[in-house]
Design a protein around this ligand. Sequence first.
Ligand code: SAH
Length: 259
Amino acid sequence: MRLTRLYVAAPLASGGRLELPADAATHVARVLRAREGDPVVLFNGDGHEFESRIESVHGLRVAVAIGAARAVTRESPVALTLLQCLPRGDRMDWIVQKATELGIARIVPLVSRRSVVKISAAQTESKTAHWRAIAVAACEQSGRNRVPTIDTPRGLDEHLGGIGSAGTRLVFDPDVAPDPEEAAPTAAAAPVALDFAIGPEGGFEPQELDGLRIAGFRGVRLGPRILRTETAAIAALVWLQTRFGDLRGARPAARDGSR
Ligand code: SAH
């Protein structure tokens, strides 16, 4: 089994000792039933991970001896930002989890005209905190030592009004010309950052697509089928990571078993 990885929102230094915050301590003591001496890896999102050991478990109080730091990069060379129009139900949870596993750098939840989901101001904070917790858990699981940024939800127009003119931007749209090669940057000139927008179940309205185009978003079609919004988000991310990011050059392992 893989080592337990724990995110802690605290400064970490080799040789130090840390009393785990209540939620992490509860997880370690109750769910993992960790014992004194068990190995754990701690990370706080600064890009390092610390090989550590459980020093003591007293009820729900868990102390960890922080060991050697390693700077391990499991981040994509291209900082990908997903502009995701809010889907129905708990599909956003799923998108946040999968996108984090696949190396997204930032997710901006958007409310667009055809969004069925409307979230009240009161729900905004709790929803965002919930998605951030999902992203943290996905980093623990997938080995990432940087936690993607999850913005608070905002309107599409508001978001477009706040971005500058620089950067590579794509909007995924089933109705554009079928040749993504034309619209997307070439692999040879891989961007360092790229924003991509995915519409809600009902798609973008024509005026929204105009607004996106004026803001520099080029249209890309992902094949001839209409995908559900959550499928489109993940398919787009895999396509971008394969083209510009760290899925580029993925190939089968050598036959002799070496990696
Ligand atoms: N009812 C809408 C479809 C919306 S699908 C329509 O008929 O236009 C939800 C979102 O997923 C779309 O706004 C788009 O961003 C993305 N999407 C779905 N299928 C796609 C495809 N084949 N190519 C590009 N984007 C797609």
